[in-house]
Design a protein around this ligand. Structure first.
Ligand code: NI
Length: 254
């Protein structure tokens, strides 16, 4: 059985499923996806996301505002704590820093990140971290805010082994997405070989970043199998073992 530890179910293309979410979830079950973590991007679309997944026991959610979302309602720590209280909300994020898609004075991004860490600590729930071209500041803020206390996951890992080690040191897991299947992803593949067996997760980040052989096309949680297969190949382990480890690691963290 597999777990997709990071997907955006309110954004996947349901056309192949007659626009029927239940029909898609049936396919996920047939594909042996035992659990899905549906990740929040902003608060405006959050109620609709909750409505979509309501009633599906195999779906958990997070709450947070993505670092690239601008011109939106920025949540206070208290608001995040209220929204993060329910039992099916198992993490805070995705949050973090992105210097690739956002430019200029990014003090708002830093403050938003700090607020998410603070809320996660109050709730004692792990963080889902997005970081792009901002690894040093990401680590610095995680340390300054004491994020080690709750830990979490560096989602859609795109850095190198050196960064992975520093994240592991402060109680974070490393999650690999379809990018690990890309031919030129040398540093990511190296990290996938070296990360301890009890500290990695797998994800799709669907509908984005489809793995090979679907690269460039819409992504689905069912494709998490391709991520598991790539990691199995890199580590010289059977894919069933990778499925078992990543599933256990998910439940250990959340
Ligand atoms: Ni995401």
């Amino acid at each position: 059985m597999l777990i997709d530890s990071h997907c955006h179910l309110d954004r996947i293309d349901l056309k192949p499923y007659q626009n029927d979410f239940a029909c898609f979830m049936h396919e996920a079950e047939v594909s042996q996806i035992e659990h899905l973590l549906c990740i929040a991007i902003d608060l405006e679309s959050y109620p609709a996301m909750l409505d979509l997944v309501a009633g599906f026991q195999q779906i958990s959610v997070t709450v947070g505002v993505h670092p690239n979302v601008q011109d939106c309602k920025d949540p206070t720590v208290d608001e995040l704590v209220v929204l993060g209280k329910p039992d099916n909300v198992i993490g805070i994020g995705e949050t973090g820093l992105d210097y690739f898609r956002s430019e200029g004075d990014l003090s708002w991004q830093h403050q938003r990140f700090r607020n998410h860490i603070s809320a996660a600590k109050k709730l004692k729930k792990p963080l889902i971290i997005h970081t792009r071209e901002a690894k040093n500041d990401t680590l610095r803020i995680l340390k300054e805010e004491g994020a080690e206390e709750v830990g979490g996951v560096i989602h859609c890992f795109t850095e190198d082994w050196e960064f992975a080690q520093k994240a592991l040191d402060i109680n974070f897991y490393i999650s690999f997405s379809g990018i690990v299947t890309f031919k030129n992803a040398t540093a990511i593949k190296e990290a996938a070989k070296k990360v301890p067996a009890d500290r990695f997760l797998i994800e799709t980040d669907s509908p984005y970043l489809a793995p090979v052989p679907f690269r460039g096309r819409p992504n689905y949680p069912t494709y998490v199998r391709y991520v598991a297969e790539q990691i199995a190949e890199l580590r010289g382990a059977p894919v069933n073992k990778i499925a078992e480890l990543s599933t256990k690691n998910f439940y250990d963290l959340f």
